[in-house]
Design a protein around this ligand. Structure first.
Ligand code: E4P
Length: 214
């Protein structure tokens, strides 16, 4: 399974890259706003840190505008993936960008049938948002399972990129279901490294080491 980091904070990206655990990056307009920096400045810095796919989201809601924005964004780095919202105009943009061999990530996906349409349009990635579904008392992980099954049934090449991950269980279940990628905030990456038995074990090893003649 590939692991992307879901942030526009370059320090977090650098730290995760140093740990060797990330294969790519996803951003969205809210994360860019949180960084307090210019979109293009952030992207230029991210593509210097990683060669992996970096999702950058368009803000146009018409296909012509999306395609124009995509043309500018891909100039920043060859690993830029264009993030497109799951709307009718978005599907048109995905089709056109796919024909130009520009990679896309269809975002804001909340149903398996939206994911089916994204795959038919030729999306490189589809991003089901599990946490936001859980927030409204739907089982977010259930749609991941459905999407993986549908894509397997018909041999779609679109990769399932699980997004809106809020905790390690979301990641564990996504991996069990065979999702291709998960994008995870730094807070969850740090949670994944921890286990009380690891901490206790390390403390004991270091304590016992004091009794080893030096
Ligand atoms: C990533 O592609 C998504 O934009 C992100 O995971 C959304 O996460 P959130 O629901 O926690 O904002």
């Amino acid at each position: 399974m590939e692991l992307f980091i879901d942030t526009a904070d370059v320090n977090e990206i650098r730290e995760a890259a140093e740990m060797g655990v990330i294969d790519g990056v996803t951003t969205n307009p809210s994360l860019i706003a949180k960084s307090g920096r210019k979109f293009t400045d952030v992207l230029k810095e991210i593509v210097k840190i990683t060669d992996g796919p970096v999702s950058a989201e368009v803000i146009s809601v018409d296909s012509v505008g999306m395609i124009k924005e995509a043309g500018e964004l891909v100039k920043i780095g060859e690993n830029i993936v264009i993030k497109i919202p799951m709307i009718e105009e978005g599907l048109k943009a995905v089709k056109a960008l796919t024909e130009r061999e520009i990679k896309t990530n269809v975002t804001l996906v909340f149903s398996p049938l939206q994911a089916l349409l994204a795959a038919k349009a030729g999306a490189t990635y589809v991003s089901p948002f599990v946490g936001r579904l859980d927030d409204i008392a739907h089982d977010g992980l259930e749609i991941v399972d459905d999407i993986v099954t549908i894509y397997d049934n018909y041999g779609y090449m679109t990769k399932v990129l699980v997004a809106s991950i809020r905790n390690p269980i979301h990641l564990l279940q996504s991996a069990r279901m065979g999702a291709d990628v998960a994008t995870v905030p730094m807070k969850v990456i740090k949670q994944l490294t921890k286990h009380p038995l690891t901490e206790r074990g390390l403390e004991k090893f270091l304590e016992d080491w004091k009794n080893v003649p030096q």
